[in-house]
Design a protein around this ligand. Structure first.
Ligand code: UT7
Length: 346
């Protein structure tokens, strides 16, 4: 028995905002953003678009692929049929449609008409998708009756940004990525093995203050009659997160390889969380791994938090860059602070 990815999908809003566009609104420049982060542009959701809208679009793409739909008519039927086979929806997000209740996963479950599926959100910052894969795989494994899960990373963090804080607003973008997981009879060990092999999950709660949305929760609720100058927004200690990220990245990669008993040569591609190209370069240097081993699309989408890895997986998959049997590593880090990585045989 193993847990395989049988479909991938992504959705990004059509509105592309370049670094130059931002430089017309705040005190920044294309040169600073590119040289400090590798970001060239980001996609931003309009007022009417919530996280579940992007999640739904990515989910439909992934379900259509899982159903074997290619092109032409019949997509809606394929999606509906595949949605009906889901036992579980796990949606990782730091920018849910509603705070606390209901989950964004339930909104998606309803719109997909995935009647049999349990649905829940998962909060693990930018590591949400890595946590989500392991959580869904675990829930499929412990129950004979569960066979299929949808794991989504979806964000509209642009709605939780202080657009006057140039230290954070240039970094983030909106988007969603999704995968369909299936429990299959393929081998999980030995030659010909497939699926999710191994996952590392970790957290360092001492770093809660380093990436935080202070207002709106039970610690700092809004009070009757209160007016706010800036809506709830993400605050970040960039240096602290940078240092944490490089160490978490290096340690996670080393541990995954050691625990699996393999060298990095066995890994076809490392798909990191797209937070900052400099973090990937610094970690790669420490690990002695060449840049060609890492997939980066941060230049197009900026940091889409929990959506960045599934968006990257979908781009790679649709471009034919993930071949059956390839060993793929994911690595992520983010708010919490959290970190983790997966080893997946495609
Ligand atoms: O998904 C996880 C979430 N976050 C991250 O992974 C982010 C981790 N941190 C980082 O990637 C980096 O710390 C940043 C990209 C956020 C910042 O890079 P940095 O090299 O650490 O810059 P800094 O904060 O030390 O700032 C250097 C200078 C400052 O000016 P002074 O004080 O030296 O005059 C900043 O005010 O750069 C200035 N600066 C900017 N200048 C132009 C900061 N943001 C900008 C900006 N445009 N957008």
């Amino acid at each position: 028995m193993t847990i395989e990815i049988i479909g991938t999908g992504k959705a990004v809003p059509p509105n592309r905002v370049s670094n130059d566009d931002l430089a017309r609104r705040i005190d920044t420049s294309d040169e600073w953003i590119r040289s400090h982060t590798g970001i060239g542009a980001r996609r931003l959701a309009d007022e009417a678009t919530a996280t579940s809208d992007l999640a739904l679009e990515a989910a439909r793409e992934a379900l259509a692929m899982a159903a074997g739909w290619k092109e032409g008519p019949g997509r809606e039927d394929a999606v509906r049929e595949a949605a009906g086979t889901l036992d579980l929806i796990v949606l990782a997000t730091a920018s849910p449609d509603y705070y606390g209740c209901p989950s964004t996963a339930c909104v998606v479950q309803d719109r997909l008409e995935a009647r049999r599926a349990a649905a829940m959100d998962l909060t693990a910052g930018c590591t949400g998708f890595v946590y989500g894969l392991e959580s869904a795989a675990g829930l499929l494994s412990v129950n004979k009756g569960r066979k299929r899960a949808l794991v989504i990373g979806a964000e509209t963090l642009s709605k939780l940004i202080n657009w006057n804080d140039r230290g954070t607003c240039v970094l983030l973008g909106d988007g969603a990525g999704a995968v369909v997981l299936e429990k299959t009879e393929a081998a999980s060990e030995g030659p010909g093995r497939r699926g999710l092999l191994r996952t590392i999950l970790g957290a360092d709660g001492a770093g809660v203050e380093n990436l935080i949305i202070r207002r709106g929760g039970s610690r700092n609720p809004f009070k009757a009659g209160e007016t706010v100058e800036i809506p709830p927004h993400l605050e970040m200690n960039g240096q602290a997160v940078y240092n944490f990220a490089v160490k978490a990245f290096t340690d996670t990669c080393t541990r995954l390889l050691e625990e699996e008993g393999i060298g990095v040569d066995h890994v076809a591609l490392i798909v990191p969380h797209q937070a900052n190209a400099r973090i990937v370069q610094a970690a790669g240097k420490r690990l002695g791994i060449g840049e060609e081993k890492f997939f980066l699309n941060i230049q197009d989408y900026a940091n889409t938090s929990s959506a960045s890895i599934p968006i990257a997986l979908d781009e790679l998959n649709r471009a034919g860059r993930l071949r059956k049997g390839d060993l793929i590593m994911t690595i992520a880090f983010g708010g919490g602070l959290t970190y983790g990585g997966n080893l997946i045989v495609w």
